[in-house]
Design a protein. Sequence first.
Length: 231
Amino acid sequence: MPIIGDDTKLITLQNGVGNTDILAQAVPKERIYYGCVNISAIMEAPGVLTGALFGDNNVCLGPLVSGEEQRGFGEQVCGMLKEGGVGAVYMEHVDSEVWYKLLLNLTANAPCGIVRLRGGEAFENSEFYDMCKDIMQEAIDVAQKLGVDIDLDHLMGHVVPNAVKNAGQHYPSMAQDMMMKRARTEIDFLNGAIERLGKQVGVPTPVNTTIARLVRTIESNYDRQYYPSKN
């Protein structure tokens, strides 16, 4: 808070949904921007990152409240990202892109952390694949109730294959938190958010709820879990 002034703008490109609700407690909605990134990454060593860019746009950015001032600032930020080699686009209505990324994260992040596999490895298993279809269907049902436009043909025919092809050989971010960092995760903004929103709109979400409960249990017991000896 000490570095937020009267004209400070906040941008959240974090995974999941619900981030802007927290930011709105700190600044007016007119100064909040949100979106998603289509970038995979893993820290190989301090200061050494490897990863890949995927999707039609690597960064999708939009305003919480639309206006000319917001458009000008958003396009300026996207211009900076493009100069750095990252494909970025400003969108007045970015919710669909956020939900496309959310749907990918729901099926990869927490589930891969639970089974301790990279995305490509996990999806080789039919049981895992069937579970992820159930996760995604619950989320789509919630999104439709909320009025979010999800193009299923685009999702399954383009978004998902593109992500699997370009980001399937790394551990998703939450899996890294659970397996390597033993850190607090973003589960309440991913599967936990579907659990919460499902209750709000009257859509049952048993699979997402189970995933969220398992991750919360893992988070609460890092110090007591079994880890095989490196020896």
